[in-house]
Write a protein that binds this ligand. Structure first.
Ligand SMILES: NC(=O)c1ccc[n+]([C@@H]2O[C@H](COP(=O)([O-])OP(=O)(O)OC[C@H]3O[C@@H](n4cnc5c(N)ncnc54)[C@H](O)[C@@H]3O)[C@@H](O)[C@H]2O)c1
Ligand SMILES: [Zn+2]
Ligand SMILES: [Zn+2]
Length: 385
């Protein structure tokens, strides 16, 4: 079948080398993909920053599609259903899933104590093939896949598999109180959605920091945020302190992760020499610009190896650090409501609709942030009309 195929850092292609997936377990379903996205998380794989990303893997953890086959134990979905599939692969019954911590499922990944299972996200998260393909095997089909409501656009649905719940959870983990000032680092889809959702928790001021003006402009319009280009600020931390009565922000959100720019040493250590699990510049800025007793919420992804963070400042300021992969299934009902009531319009973020055959071009554009790209969606041939 036609699928994205990872050949090594900065090299992906679409080819027909992959066989059609088959039911391997009675709880599996096979989904014919109708839309899949490229995510900032895929860029960490594409840039060679995630260990054990094997040549031949198909990426893609954000996808929607139609169920074309189910295993004998599947009861809640049926052939013909159009479903959105959360990016976490979760069994639904382990101790973690029982607490709705679907991002930490203990059954879906052989490396269970380190991370949960994720579609198309290297062998560190289970080694599953992803949805940047014509078809994908979906384990635990009674748990993750959620039938797309009749009224919902597929372009909205595909962003509910990651971007919307992740942005929401970033704000939720921030413990935002009424009247708070929230600073979001990163104006990619995740940061923009975190900013948009911060208002839902009662924020009084939402600031977004990035270095790309076109994204900041988007964040200003879409999320009603105050925006600043850190390249224009002498020191973002000093700037944030000055603009918050010298106290610091109540909540800071890291929506950048391992590929943060802005500090030469961190870039060298984390992105060039790979001596630590990514560049921690945005995390430093978040820790240093939150107020004493404040909360830093981290949804940006980092590699599993050690990385430098200012631990002394965390202790001295009494900061609470919260982090995690979004527990998509837990949040889906609420997110569907927000799309229905019109507060969140996910598909407005989609700037590029790319045929799956041209996946390499999609990665190139999104990686280089060309052509004012916010979010690219891949369309397999059967869904191209
Ligand atoms: N925890 C989760 O469940 C989850 C889910 C999805 C994505 N993510 C992660 O969230 C992060 C963002 O994803 P995305 O799709 O928005 O990525 P993206 O690549 O589109 O956006 C990242 C943005 O950060 C900006 N940036 C770089 N250095 C910065 C700095 N020092 N300060 C502020 N901004 C800076 C870039 O210019 C870019 O606009 C990634 O690390 C991704 O892996 C996590
Ligand atoms: Zn994603
Ligand atoms: Zn589980």
């Amino acid at each position: 079948m036609l699928a994205m195929n990872f050949r090594g850092p900065f090299r992906v292609r679409a080819d027909h080398d992959k066989p059609y997936p088959a039911i391997e377990h009675p709880e599996d379903a096979i989904v014919r993909v109708l839309r899949s996205c490229i995510c900032g998380s895929d860029l960490h794989l594409y840039h060679g920053l995630v260990p054990d990303t094997r040549v031949g893997t198909t990426f893609g953890h954000e996808f929607v599609g139609e169920i074309v086959d189910i295993g004998s134990d599947v009861q809640k979905v049926k052939v013909g259903d159009r479903v959105m599939v959360p990016f976490n692969i979760a069994c639904g019954r382990c101790a973690f899933c029982q607490q709705e911590l679907y991002g930490m499922c203990h059954e879906a990944n052989p490396q269970a104590t380190g991370a949960g299972g994720i579609f198309g996200y290297s062998h560190t998260t289970g080694g599953y093939n992803g949805g940047q393909a014509e078809y994908v095997r979906v384990p635990y089909a009674d748990v993750g896949p959620t039938v797309i409501p009749e009224w919902m656009d597929l372009d909205d649905a595909v962003l509910l598999t990651d971007v919307v719940p992740t942005g929401y959870q970033a704000a939720e983990m921030g413990g935002i109180q009424k009247g708070d000032t929230v600073v979001v680092f990163g104006a990619g889809p995740i940061g923009i959605m975190a900013a948009k959702c911060s208002w839902l928790f009662g924020a009084e001021r939402v600031i977004v920091i990035d270095q790309l003006d076109y994204r900041l402009e988007f964040a200003e319009n879409y999320a009603n945020a105050e925006v600043y280009n850190f390249k224009m600020l002498e020191d973002p931390v000093v700037f944030i302190k000055k603009t918050t009565d010298s106290l610091g922000a109540d909540v800071c959100i890291d929506a950048v992760g391992a590929e943060a720019a802005g500090d030469t040493l961190n870039t060298l250590m984390g992105r060039k020499l790979l001596l630590q699990g990514g560049s921690t510049t945005a995390l430093h800025w978040a820790i240093n610009s939150v107020k004493k007793g404040g909360i830093v919420s981290v949804v940006g992804v980092y590699g599993p190896t050690n990385a430098l963070i200012p631990m002394g400042n965390i202790v001295n300021k009494g900061i609470t650090l919260r982090a995690g992969q979004a527990n998509v299934k837990r949040l889906l009902p609420k997110m569907i409501e927000h799309v229905q009531n019109g507060y969140i319009n996910p598909k407005e973020m989609i700037t590029h609709r790319i045929p799956l055959e041209e996946v390499a071009e999609g990665y190139h554009i999104f990686s280089r942030k060309l052509d004012n790209c916010i979010k690219p969606v891949l369309i397999p041939p059967s869904a191209q009309t």
